[in-house]
Design a protein. Structure first.
Length: 228
C-alpha cells in the first residue's frame, strides 16, 4: 500500500514541471522466531522513501520567463515560511514587476535580493543566471545545490526545504540556466505503468498467502477439536 501511494503521487505529477519522483528503499523484516534460523523466509518492507533527483527532459516553450536548469541545482525562492527550492522554472511577473513563481513567491537573486523587471522591455537571461534588459544588468538568479539529496525535504507544490537549517546550500557548480524552456517531470509514465503492474501482482500474491495461512489455521483448529 505504501508503494502504491508513492506510485500514485508520481503518476499524478507526470506532467508537473520539474517534479522529482519518490522511490522506496527496501529492507528485510525478520520475525523474532526466525532470528536464528536462516531457512525461514524474510519479508521485504519499505524502510524509507527517497527522492530521485535525476534531471527530466528539457522542453522548449518560447516563453522568456520559463527557465530550466541543465545539471544539478535548484532555483531559490522566498516564501513566508522561509527559503524554498525548486526545479520548476515557470516564472512570471507580479503587479510590481517582481519575478515570482506561480504561487507568488519571489525568485531569489544572489545575496538574497529579488529581481524587479520592466514587463515592456525584452528580458535576456544568460546561462549563469545573469538577468539583463536592454543591456542593463538587473541581477543574477540564485542557483544552489546540496551535497546530497538527504539535505532536502519535500514541502508540497514542487518545493523543497533544507532539512538542516544550520547547513545552507552552496552555489551550484556546473548548472546552466536555459531560457525559454521548462524541465519535465522525471517520474516517467511508462515506468510507472510497469511498476503498477508489479505492485498489483505482489498485492495479489500476498492476498493469496494470507488466505492460505488463514485456511491452514482453520484446518489446524478443526483437527485439534477432533482429537479424543
Amino acid at each position: 500500500m505504501e508503494s502504491l501511494d508513492l506510485l500514485a503521487n508520481n503518476v499524478a505529477n507526470a506532467s508537473t514541471g520539474g517534479y522529482k519522483a519518490d522511490r522506496e528503499y527496501y529492507s528485510l523484516y525478520v520475525a523474532p522466531e526466525a532470528a536464528d534460523n536462516d531457512s525461514l523466509s524474510t519479508m521485504p518492507v519499505i524502510q524509507k522513501q527517497w527522492t530521485d533527483l535525476s534531471q527530466g527532459v528539457l522542453q522548449t516553450t518560447g516563453n522568456p520567463l520559463d527557465l530550466a536548469l541543465s545539471g544539478k541545482g535548484f532555483f531559490a525562492v522566498q516564501s513566508p515560511r522561509g527559503p524554498l527550492y525548486t526545479r520548476n522554472g515557470s516564472f512570471q511577473l507580479d503587479a510590481d514587476g517582481t519575478l515570482v513563481t506561480a504561487d507568488g513567491y519571489a525568485v531569489s537573486g544572489t545575496g538574497g535580493s529579488t529581481l524587479t523587471l520592466d514587463a515592456s522591455r525584452p528580458t535576456k537571461i544568460a546561462s549563469d543566471g545573469t538577468v539583463t534588459q536592454d543591456g542593463t544588468v538587473i541581477g543574477q538568479l540564485e542557483v544552489v545545490d546540496f551535497t546530497s539529496g538527504a539535505g532536502l525535504s519535500k514541502q508540497g507544490n514542487n518545493y523543497f526545504r533544507a532539512a538542516d537549517a544550520t547547513q545552507p546550500p552552496a552555489p551550484a557548480s556546473g548548472a546552466l540556466v536555459q531560457q525559454g524552456g521548462l524541465e519535465a517531470s522525471n517520474s516517467g509514465t511508462a515506468d510507472s505503468a510497469v511498476r503498477l503492474i508489479g505492485i498489483m501482482r505482489q498485492f495479489e500474491m500476498l492476498q493469496k498467502a494470507m488466505t492460505l495461512g488463514s485456511d491452514m489455521s482453520k484446518q489446524a483448529i478443526e483437527q485439534v477439536a477432533k482429537v479424543g
